[in-house]
Ligand binder design. Structure first.
Ligand code: V47
Length: 373
């Protein structure tokens, strides 16, 4: 339900706005999608406070006062990677050691988790010696160990490699993994879809077209997924809008995306370390424009291990309704890249407090955004 105060604020703001921005605000209030050029105008000309109010209208319309979170953990199976992405601080190319977990190591980590943990997120480097049978067997073992655990696994980049190596098409590969226990696909590897910038920052990895085709195939098979964007490096605002536009079109086609997750580039110890990280104002702008543009995505997620818990709390006023999860100190992708959260773990009470302090109602969810009662 849209609160009257937002409408009133926007009406007052409209009197002092550029005509283009006033038109955009009318569209958002009327529940209409904005165009790519309007999205660009928001990035280039709109004040942050104005963006926050508009994004809040969309957030409230979709999620009321709820802010979602889940009890989850990550498994990063290896840092040995066939790719060499210039922004990555996680792969063996940028650390002193190569490591890989055995299946038993992974199962031991699964066993360590409390019964109340609902979701495992598996993603990592693309190991040259692993194949789809290995990853399928891993899913089966986790499934038989913890039948109720939702398995969100393998980014489109990992899927692309294992499915092509098996000589399968995307649908056949995903169907095989689904039969082994895969429940959904995480949003990693999208980076930035513009082909020129993608070539510069991660030219070896999955093309934008294949990333989108993999998610399309997953959705058609009934596997929901998320989408990400790596922002704050070489891309322009026009590239960000192009990325959002490609996602919005696919979502119009399939309806299979749950959440969009903007990921701020962190520059420690990678080949792009000379690029300064963007400001927190820029982060909030990114969240707000994403919420306004992706009006067919049910959720906008602040991934707090990347953003930091304090700014994740602020992002709840810039369109965000999902705080990801408790994580249990199980990811290193961001801490190795210099994120503030060096050991990301959040208790349920800590999560609830963070959300309540922002004026929202904490709502524990399962992986399909059903409230856990
Ligand atoms: O694709 C890697 C990003 C992603 C850096 O689906 C970096 O719920 C910033 O996709 N600076 C993987 N970002 C993680 C991911 C994810 C995370 C949380 C939730 C979900 C979900 C998905 O991490 C990569 C890349 O875009 N990344 N290195 C870096 N230096």
């Amino acid at each position: 339900m849209q609160l009257p105060r937002h409408t009133d604020t926007i009406k007052i703001l409209q009197q002092s706005l550029l005509p283009g921005l006033a038109d955009i605000s009318e569209k958002v209030l009327a529940g209409l999608s904005i165009s790519p050029s309007e999205g660009l105008l928001l990035f280039e000309k709109a004040e942050l406070g104005f963006l926050g109010v508009l994004a809040d209208v969309v957030r409230q319309r979709k999620n009321g006062d709820k802010a979602w979170f889940i009890r989850n953990f990550h498994i990063e199976p290896t840092n040995i990677c066939v790719n060499r992405c210039r922004f990555c601080s996680f792969s063996h190319h940028f650390s002193n050691s190569k490591w890989e977990l055995t299946v038993d190591d992974i199962l031991a980590k699964v066993d360590e988790q409390e019964e109340t943990v609902r979701e495992i997120h598996i993603t990592g480097a693309v190991h040259p010696k692993r194949d789809i049978e290995y990853y399928g067997e891993l899913l089966k073992k986790i499934r038989s160990r913890r039948p109720g655990l939702h398995i969100k696994a393998y980014s489109a980049v990992e899927l692309d490699y294992m499915i092509k190596k098996a000589g399968m098409d995307f649908t056949a590969g995903l169907k095989y993994l689904k039969d082994c226990g895969l429940d959904s696909v995480p949003g990693g590897g999208a980076e930035i879809f513009d082909e020129t910038v993608r070539e510069e920052i991660c030219g070896m990895k999955t093309s934008s077209r294949d990333w989108l085709d993999i998610h399309r195939a997953a959705h058609v098979l009934g596997l929901p997924s998320n989408a990400t964007m790596l922002y704050g490096h070489l891309e322009t605002y026009a590239h960000r809008i192009d990325h959002l536009e490609r996602l919005r079109r696919l979502q119009d086609e399939t309806g299979g995306f749950n959440a969009f997750i903007p990921l701020k580039f962190h520059s420690y110890n990678n080949e792009m370390k000379d690029i300064p990280e963007v400001s927190v104002n820029e982060d909030m702008k990114m969240y707000a424009v994403s919420r306004i543009y992706l009006d067919n995505f049910p959720h906008l997620k602040a991934y707090w291990p990347a953003l930091g818990r304090k700014m994740a709390q602020v992002s709840l006023s810039f369109g965000v309704d999902d705080m990801d999860g408790t994580i249990n100190d199980s990811t290193r992708i961001y801490s190795l890249a210099g994120a503030e959260e060096q050991s990301p773990v959040m208790t349920v009470s800590g999560m609830k407090q963070l959300i309540e302090e922002a004026g929202r109602v904490p709502c524990e969810r399962d992986s399909f955004y059903r409230p856990v009662l």
